[in-house]
Design a protein around this ligand. Sequence first.
Ligand SMILES: Cc1cc2nc3c(=O)[nH]c(=O)nc-3n(C[C@H](O)[C@H](O)[C@H](O)COP(=O)(O)OP(=O)(O)OC[C@H]3O[C@@H](n4cnc5c(N)ncnc54)[C@H](O)[C@@H]3O)c2cc1C
Length: 269
Amino acid sequence: MTTGAPSGEPTDGFVDGLRPVDVLTVVSVADVTPSVRRVTLSGTPSAVAAAGPTVNLLVPRVDDPAPRWPRVAKDGRIVWPEGSHGVALRSYTARRQDPDAGLVEIDFVLHGDGPAAAWAGAAEAGALIAVAGGGALGNRRAAWVLLAGDETALPAISRILAEAPPATAGIALVEVAGHDEEQPLRAPAGVTVRWLHRGGTAPGETTLLTDAVAALDRPAADDVFAWVAAESGAVRTIRADLRGRWGLSRAQHHAIGYWRRGRAMSPAG
Ligand SMILES: Cc1cc2nc3c(=O)[nH]c(=O)nc-3n(C[C@H](O)[C@H](O)[C@H](O)COP(=O)(O)OP(=O)(O)OC[C@H]3O[C@@H](n4cnc5c(N)ncnc54)[C@H](O)[C@@H]3O)c2cc1C
């Protein structure tokens, strides 16, 4: 068989069981709201297709001019170079992926601290960032859905709502700072979108989301699914509520801490 590669060279990109990460280039940057910056990235169709819905981003430190990217093993493991590398691993969500156009959009919350927020705050056309695989959102279609999250979950919530069958019923609870942080969402007519405003209180320091879920009665429908992503402490409380009071099984909910108050998200960072 003709492979097109010089004899002896691997054709799958792996050398000694490791392949390079996919490096994407910033095409444009736009502020969607005062605290959310949308970064549009370009890459090969296969890199863009692999960059979501959730994506392992390899974020160069803004103060490090020469990041050394890790490589990826055949089982998906990220293998870091020896010594300092100037790259932080963070989880994000592709708000939109268009592999044919080679474009992916990621919405970064500019929360003021941490390598990913700093990178997004400084990003301009031509800057580089890398991806090392992605994963699923963890949602499941159901007749009645509860979606609950803060602004870090908004890209996922927007995808879940946009892809939900038109007959879906339920409620989406989204905690943001205020009215100017709300974003238009395309949702089935039977899903109510309720915005919860934190006002001047810092993210991760309110009980808005947990209280809003606690105030909901378990829906009468049998086919129920709950998807929850926000600050870890809030998610823990909501998960307990949904398992206890609502009696949801593991298959009926996905509740994941997207960030932790006072703690960086990844040991690699
Ligand atoms: C599967 C998944 C998908 C995600 N998708 C997105 C997404 O699409 N967009 C997005 O913006 N985030 C998303 N997140 C959350 C994001 O990974 C975290 O916010 C992460 O901590 C940001 O990294 P950082 O380097 O900016 O800050 P870190 O170095 O991790 O943290 C530095 C400090 O900032 C604080 N901090 C982190 N995030 C926030 C926040 N949102 N508000 C206030 N303080 C914060 C931490 O408590 C810590 O004190 C996702 C997380 C997961 C697990």
